[in-house]
Design a protein around this ligand. Structure first.
Ligand code: ZN
Length: 629
């Protein structure tokens, strides 16, 4: 999709427009100085208010085609600029009932951002209709052949928009600074169900035609669709699970607590504002544990552990209904406002449902991950990436999706809670969500709000500047401990010191004695100096390498690589070929890459070649970065 810069120049001459990624994007009338480095859209001049999609999904050609009908704000602008990447634009018209073709130019393509799409309009133009189709370069869509689904009968497709992939399946002003409503008419093969981040059908239509409405204003990255052999299971008045038929019963058991989670969240921080909270369990290739698409969280089947032990992800995605979806980061440099708040909120939901001890265990594990990330970034000479507020100019927003945004962000809020007291902090957070509902917010705007609503009125002196704009973890970071985890770390030390933990008083030690996160702490506490025989013996008793819980498999396989235990390779390969969830594979590939044994990297590349067709673009990019750079 490269068009020569001559065309771009021509466009600029024709339309007199000079939009650039660093344009002063802001809502008209707002005083924000925030700029979105990751969008070309000129939303300060003209912006989409409502988008209607008329689309056909063609599985044979692996193509989405149709029209994106943008209803624009009233404006004097003579050019509207959209973001596009890997799209074929067939024609563009303006007008509603009486459409007239208009000129457009696609600017030079940037590897990360894609291209600006300049559309010539007349002042007062309200409707811009972009006729387009996706191409093989489209990064948002995962097209799965039937073999890669649970049924192995029907193909499947889904999209992932965050951070800036929506522009690769819809021509759109792809910045979180603009919120829009949308509707869609979608045609799919009649034996498949289509669902979106909108109001959804509960069963298949006989024609394969579906209509969707999202009446609350959302940023572009939250527009999403999934199409496949999908059934619905209600779990309560306003929640349920979509999945392939094969997973339906397992899902109903695994996610039983969803109604309780919604109730707990509402009790904490106010009304759930999206009416329905459903999740869809996608095929294993989905690159994340969950993605908080409003009304319809997208989730990976790895959440189905069989013992409800991985439902923290559901609490996390539910929390996003407030932090992220209701109040949205202005730019990807402010990503911690989405994720730090969500990890904090998720933990509070877990505390309500399962008690403080469980919540503390989760927080301690997060702290371990944060400390590791901080150390790695410092060692790599990237201490600027440990700031909460990032500067991702010329970089992919994905570079900011690290433990810093999530876990340093959450520890910042936990420390604030500790200093201010829970009651005052909860009132502050509830008001924050209410007063910024359906808005975007920058870090600077948040800092002002924090000062005026929590710190100044309560005369609290807090090192906000250090937390947000400086590297590392400030000394006043609240310290959370867990005696249950300490016990597991002690047990790991016993193993490291050569003790047989299956003898004596612990002789009947079983997997079911402890929760996933306790075992996680145990495995992380094991030394890479333990013998291969010790690993094999532990595995025979506790089955880390071969049971359904993939969170523990991931820990176990990393340790196996570091210890040099190749006996787990068959199970490890099965995992890497089946699962495309980035977090569940990147650490294993990284361990193989870092190994002293050169054979490990050779093996990793062989496995990757076999597995990559089952990975979404997001995971592929990360793994190729690890293996080939
Ligand atoms: Zn999240």
């Amino acid at each position: 999709m490269k068009l020569v810069s001559l065309m771009c120049l021509l466009g600029l001459l024709l339309f007199g427009c000079a939009s650039s990624p660093a344009d002063t994007n802001r809502h008209s009338g707002e005083v924000s100085e925030t700029r979105d480095e990751h969008s070309y859209a000129n939303i300060n001049e003209i912006r989409t208010e409502h988008l209607h999609l008329d689309l056909e999904i063609d599985f044979d050609e692996k193509r989405v085609s149709g029209v994106a009908r943008h209803q624009m704000s009233k404006s004097d602008a003579d050019t509207a600029v959209f973001d596009v990447k890997g799209l074929q634009i067939d024609k563009i018209t303006i007008g509603k009932s009486n459409e007239k073709e208009t000129d457009f130019v696609i600017g030079e393509a940037d590897e990360i951002l894609g291209s600006p799409l300049f559309v010539k309009i007349t002042p007062g133009t309200e409707f811009i209709n972009i006729y387009y189709q996706t191409t093989k370069e489209t990064e948002a869509i995962d097209w799965l052949p039937a073999e890669l689904t649970a049924s192995k009968i029907h193909p499947y497709m889904y999209t992932q928009g965050q951070a800036i992939l929506t522009r690769s399946w819809i021509p759109i002003q792809d910045t979180p600074m603009n919120r829009i409503t949308y509707s869609a008419d979608v045609k799919v093969p009649s034996d498949l169900l289509a669902i979106m981040s909108a109001n959804n059908p509960k069963e298949k239509s006989s024609t394969g035609e579906y209509h969707f409405e999202m009446k609350q204003r959302i940023p572009a990255y939250l527009i999403a669709i999934a199409v496949g052999d999908i059934v619905y299971n209600s779990l309560g008045d306003n929640c349920g699970v979509y999945s392939e038929p094969a997973y339906a019963d397992d899902c109903a058991f695994e996610f039983t607590d969803m109604p309780k989670m919604i109730e707990a969240a509402e009790n904490l921080y106010g009304e759930y504002r999206w009416e329905q909270f459903d999740i869809v369990i996608l095929p294993y290739s989905f690159p994340f544990g969950g993605m908080e698409n409003p009304r319809l969280t997208f989730a990976n089947p790895t959440l189905i552990a069989g013992d409800q032990s991985l439902v923290t992800v559901i609490a996390h995605e539910l929390a996003h209904s407030w932090s992220g979806n209701l109040v949205t980061n202005s730019t990807w440099d402010d990503f911690w406002l989405n994720e730090g708040f969500t990890v904090y909120f998720e933990n509070r939901i877990m505390e309500e449902l399962y008690g403080k001890e469980t919540a503390d265990i989760l927080a301690v594990i997060e702290r371990q991950e944060l400390d590791t990330a901080l150390e790695e970034m410092e060692n790599d000479g990237h201490s600027e990436d440990t700031h909460l507020k990032l500067h991702l100019h010329d970089r992919s927003p994905d570079d900011g999706m690290t433990d810093i945004a999530y876990n340093k962000g959450a520890y910042f809020l936990r420390t604030l809670e500790h200093v201010a007291g829970r009651e005052k902090f909860d009132t502050f957070l509830r008001n924050y969500f209410d007063s910024h509902a359906f808005e975007t917010i920058s870090t600077e705007e948040f800092v002002n709000y924090l000062d005026s609503e929590l710190l100044e009125p309560n005369s609290i002196d807090f090192n906000v500047e250090e937390w947000i704009y400086q590297p590392g973890l400030p000394n006043n970071c609240v310290n959370i401990t867990s005696s249950r985890l300490n016990r597991m770390i002690k047990m790991a030390e016993d193993v490291n010191n050569g003790k047989d933990i299956f003898m004596g008083s612990d002789g009947d030690l079983k997997r079911s004695d402890f929760i996933t996160q306790e075992w996680q702490a145990f495995i992380r506490g094991l030394s890479t100096d333990i013998s291969i025989e010790t690993m094999i013996k532990i595995d025979e008793k506790l089955h880390f390498s071969d049971q359904a819980n993939r969170q523990l498999k991931v820990e176990w396989y990393q340790l196996a690589v570091r210890v040099g235990n190749k006996s787990v390779r068959p199970e490890m390969k099965e995992h890497l070929v089946l699962v495309g969830r980035r977090w569940y594979i990147e650490r294993i590939y990284q361990a193989l890459k870092d190994s002293d044994d050169p054979d490990d990297l050779v093996w990793a590349k062989q496995v990757y070649d076999e597995a990559k067709n089952n990975y979404h673009f997001v995971s592929k990019s990360t793994i190729e970065e690890i293996l080939y750079n």
